[in-house]
Design a protein around this ligand. Structure first.
Ligand code: PEP
Ligand code: MG
Length: 327
């Protein structure tokens, strides 16, 4: 099967009825970029910039950050890379970052990601300059983690734009364009889509955190790991309500959590109308094979019926449909 997946490297993820899906990889380290050529993916849909911070003994300075971002962009060539600004705090604590309340009781819901970055904006200014300079002459895609309210996105974007102006004034070669996106992983943000969508270029659903917050179930607790299914009507209905507004606003919607890397889950997402998945590199082959065996129109009709009248065993129903339809 591995050889069969490797043979799919150069064929596009297109359904039997001609619907093109975008399959990208999640990455975080310089060497992860090799996965693009190995898998034939369409780009990097989530580059977790905090990895460089987590593997470093000291805070990475601007030059080091910039070098990494430039190497990643060079290696990706014409394929897009979505850089996520640092998602630290929570389970990803940094010893050298003097967190004044490092002993939070609920770190996943604590002072992390964009919350920390907006408070300690020196950190994000440095990262913004590193990203903007690294993307000189190219398109920069930047995405903010753990956005809970639209104003947080607006503040983060304004901070980046101020750095762009600052670098411009110093005669640095600017990026061709900067595309801004938000992660949808805190359910509260879904209630502010009308405020957010006019300002963003893309939205990426982080199903790992979204599931944790939607079900109030710690993603790191093995006791709960089997309890809530990604195919639950709650998740599928939640996602289905996001799709229309994004489409109407011309905002590119994708999923970058682990859910998209599982064939039955990915089939359900595509059935809902999500056309861009960013997944772990090892999943590209299996997901591409699934996409190529799928009838897009048929799966969309089936998933619409399922979420309108969910059976008790959603996973069983989807798995059985897949088997009956040669997926
Ligand atoms: C997510 O939450 O789904 C996600 C993609 O981000 P991370 O796993 O890095 O929190
Ligand atoms: Mg997350």
């Amino acid at each position: 099967r591995k050889a069969a997946f490797a043979a799919l490297r150069d064929v596009p993820p297109v359904t039997k009825d001609g619907h093109r899906v975008t399959l990208m990889v999640n990455a975080g380290l310089r060497d992860d970029v090799a996965a693009l050529d190995v898998t034939g993916a369409d780009g990097i849909g989530l580059f977790r910039t905090e990895f460089q911070f987590l593997v470093s003994a000291t805070l990475p300075q601007r030059e080091r950050q910039q070098r990494l971002y430039r190497e990643v962009l060079d290696a990706a060539g014409t394929r897009p890379v979505i850089f996520r600004t640092v998602d630290i705090g929570g389970d990803k604590a940094l010893p050298y970052l003097n967190k004044k309340d490092a002993d939070e009781e609920n770190p996943a819901m604590g002072w992390r990601a964009l919350r920390l970055a907006l408070d300690r904006d020196g950190l994000m200014k440095v990262q913004a300059r590193a990203l903007i300079e690294a993307a000189a002459g190219r398109t920069l895609n930047v995405m903010f983690p753990m956005v809970s309210e639209a104003w947080e996105f607006a503040e983060a974007k304004a901070l980046f734009e101020a750095q762009r102006v600052w670098l411009d004034a110093r005669g640095r070669r600017p990026p061709l364009a900067i595309r801004y996106g938000a992660m949808l992983e805190v359910p509260a943000l879904a209630e502010q889509l009308d405020l957010l969508l006019p300002d963003i270029d893309f939205l990426s659903v982080g199903t790992n955190d979204l599931t944790q917050f939607l079900f109030a179930a710690d993603r790191a607790n093995p006791r709960l790991a089997e309890r809530y299914d990604w195919l639950s009507p709650s998740i599928l209905r939640f996602l289905s309500r996001v799709i229309g507004p994004c489409r109407d606003a011309g905002v590119d919607l994708g999923v970058c959590g682990e859910m998209g890397g599982r064939p039955v889950e990915a089939m359900a997402l595509i059935g809902l109308g999500i056309d861009r998945l960013s997944i772990t590199p090892a999943a590209i082959g299996p997901i591409k094979a699934m996409v190529r065996s799928l009838d897009h129109g048929a799966v969309q009709r089936f998933v619409a019926e399922l979420i309108a009248r969910p059976p008790r065993d959603m996973r069983g129903a989807l798995t059985e449909w897949a088997a009956q339809h040669g997926v």
